[in-house]
Design a protein around this ligand. Structure first.
Ligand code: SF4
Length: 444
């Protein structure tokens, strides 16, 4: 296959960080096979649609997007279209989509990345290819891993999930939990750092159970400690933590770590014990609050973020008020809020007592209004204080400003005359809205 960079790949990805990481892997494989990156689908010779099935709304959007590409393919018949990701692993969906979208050249699932090069070759030679495996019980290493010079990169430390929360489709489409060995992860991160990466996020559906099922002699805290020793890496983040497996050892490791960011993303999902039990989350409200108290005791400067679902079947107004109360109690600096959506095949989809859409929408709005005001007051408390920022690049809204992140993952926009991308600088915060901080570069 040609290694000349005369063809271009445009990747459009939906969904979580895990999905983003998959998109990066597929793009890197395309790059290795002669495709230069572009963000413009009109200029592309290969378009990869990386799908996600966690939310119904995303699924509808993706199906619409695949349909729209038909016109582009008619204008440019040599264009190759690949559809990847967990959405097409849902039973029966691939066959349905293949009939509806014959303009797609490659269909590939999340377990088949190591075969993508071959599929690409088939499409490049004018053929059609579909490889969507149902499950994987081991990890398959895929290299090359990421774009050179990229500052922030997600690194998978494990795949799949065994928790079967009643609303979640992940265990069905991403398989059973399996962890990557520590030496493989360390090698990957060292290579990424050599290529310019400074900020890694370690990804897993439940990072706190890393290595347990595979019988590793080390756990997630040990892995963090080893990654913290890698020279040239400025920041280490991780997500997602599951409250039921969240240990004191991990909190202490974060407190001790030099580069491990004091940011804990700990989804609570619902504030009522009755809803938590129906969700099969494996903890109570009291236990969750005790874990938060322990984090704040050991790491008082911790940043806390969370995920919340409203309108799970059977959720009453009283249950929902317990969710609002928990948001009022815990100083979350950000929350990702969702309306429950039925995912076929999950236990939650079969429950009788579904909450009407208008009630779900109303609860979501009330929850978002509360969290936005909490996020704003949290950010306002940062005004006039100095923070260490890793500079990421020019601001999208105004390129004369630079943008970067605090250790707590807050986005900061500030004016600078120098090219500071990739460095750590000190910025004093001057103003804030619910999502962004605005500051001035401080003298070192
Ligand atoms: S822990 Fe629950 S919500 Fe998270 S991926 Fe696993 S099943 Fe889904």
């Amino acid at each position: 296959m040609s290694n000349e960079m005369n063809k271009k790949v445009c990747t459009i990805s939906y969904g979580c960080q895990m999905s983003e990481r998959d998109a990066e892997t597929l793009t890197a494989i395309s790059e290795k096979n002669g495709y230069a990156r572009t963000e413009n689908p009109e200029q592309a010779d290969l378009i990869i649609i990386n799908t996600c099935c966690v939310r119904e709304s995303a699924e509808n959007k993706i199906i619409g997007k695949i349909g729209q590409l038909k016109k582009l393919k008619e204008k440019k018949p040599q264009l190759k279209i690949a559809v990847a990701g967990c959405m097409i692993q849902q039973p029966g969906l691939l066959e349905k989509l293949q009939k509806r979208a014959p303009h797609v050249d490659i269909w590939t699932g999340t377990f088949d990345h190591h075969q993508f090069e071959g599929l690409l070759r088939t499409a490049d030679q004018g053929g059609k290819a579909a490889l969507v495996s149902e499950a994987a019980c081991e990890t398959t290493e895929v290299v090359p891993l990421a774009e050179k010079g990229k500052l922030r990169i997600n690194v998978n430390i494990m795949y799949g999930c065994d928790n079967y929360c009643a609303y979640c489709i992940v265990p069905y489409v991403r398989g059973r939990e399996r962890s990557r060995p520590m030496d493989v992860i360390l090698d990957e991160i060292r290579t990424l750092v050599k290529n310019g990466c400074r900020d890694v996020t370690l990804l897993g559906q439940n990072v706190n159970s890393y290595g347990k099922k595979d019988g590793f002699a080390y756990d997630f805290s040990d892995l963090l400690t080893e990654i913290d020793k890698i020279e040239g890496l400025y920041r280490i983040r991780f997500m997602t933590s599951h409250p039921k497996d969240f240990s004191d050892k991990l909190i202490e490791t974060v407190a001790r770590g030099e580069h491990i960011c004091e940011h804990f993303h700990l989804p609570f999902q619902a504030g009522s014990n009755q809803v938590l039990a129906a969700m099969n989350r494996g903890y109570t409200r009291g236990y969750y609050l005790e874990r938060i108290a322990r984090i704040l005791e050991i790491v008082p400067e911790a940043r806390l973020t969370t995920d919340i679902i409203v309108g799970f079947p059977g959720e009453t107004e009283e249950d929902f008020e317990l969710t609002l109360d928990l948001v009022n109690t815990v100083p979350f600096n950000q929350a990702f809020t969702f309306m429950f959506s039925k995912r076929s095949g999950t236990a939650g989809a079969l429950l009788q007592d579904q909450v009407p859409l208008d009630i779900k929408k109303n609860r979501l709005q009330r929850l978002m209004a509360l969290q936005n005001s909490q996020s704003l007051s949290w950010r306002q408390k940062m005004i006039d204080n100095r923070y260490e920022i890793l500079v990421e690049g020019p601001s999208k809204s105004d390129p004369k400003y630079l943008t970067g992140r605090t250790r707590g993952n807050e986005i900061v926009v500030f004016e600078s005359r120098e090219d500071l991308v990739g460095s750590l600088v000190s910025v004093t915060i001057r103003s804030a809205n619910s999502w962004t901080l605005f500051g001035e570069l401080s003298e070192p």
